[in-house]
Design a protein around this ligand. Structure first.
Ligand code: MG
Length: 167
């Protein structure tokens, strides 16, 4: 594998773990705000992001490359309402989407066909990630400040089921 491709995959591993770390911090904040459903949703998202990182990690190993773990930074995420939290999540996912697309551009440029195939999964996954977060944002917007509405949306978030690796 080309060195520049290996480095870019290692950078993406860091991005996915950092994203996981951000979701875990949002989970903790939701526990504090007593939104148990949203806390669970965020914790599951943490697991999903770890799985994304590990997909790249395993891909590197299978290709004879070396995963080199990079430092994570403490998440600085503060919010007071679920709507704010999911808006932060959406902008974070959009950033990840942009980085996945840049990695794809590199795979094309370097003629790395197997990386391109792997990234097709990630490109589809990012469409789903953004779509599901946008839907949650819409639900919280409809709810406004209604306590009953917030309770119902939170309860629905708590019903999220683990994807278990592949869908
Ligand atoms: Mg991800």
């Amino acid at each position: 594998m080309k060195e520049s491709v290996e480095q870019a995959i290692n950078d993406q591993i860091q991005v996915e773990f950092q994203s996981a770390y951000g979701y875990l911090s949002m989970s903790a904040r939701f526990e504090d705000l007593n939104f148990k459903g949203a806390a669970k949703w965020m914790r599951m998202q943490w697991q999903e992001e770890n799985m994304h990182a590990m997909k790249f990690f395993d891909f590197l190993i299978r290709r004879g490359g070396n995963p080199r773990l990079q430092p994570l930074t403490a998440p600085e995420i503060s919010f007071n309402t679920p709507l704010e939290a999911f808006e932060i999540a959406l902008s974070s996912e959009r950033k990840v989407t942009r980085l996945i697309h840049e990695l794809y551009d590199l795979a094309v440029e370097k003629k790395d066909y197997s990386l391109r195939t792997l990234l097709h999964w990630f490109i589809d996954e990012q469409v789903e990630e953004e779509e599901s977060v946008e839907e949650i944002i819409q639900n919280f917007k409809l709810t406004g400040d209604s306590g009953e509405g917030l309770f119902l949306v939170d309860r629905e978030l708590g019903q999220r089921i683990a994807e278990g690796g592949e869908e």
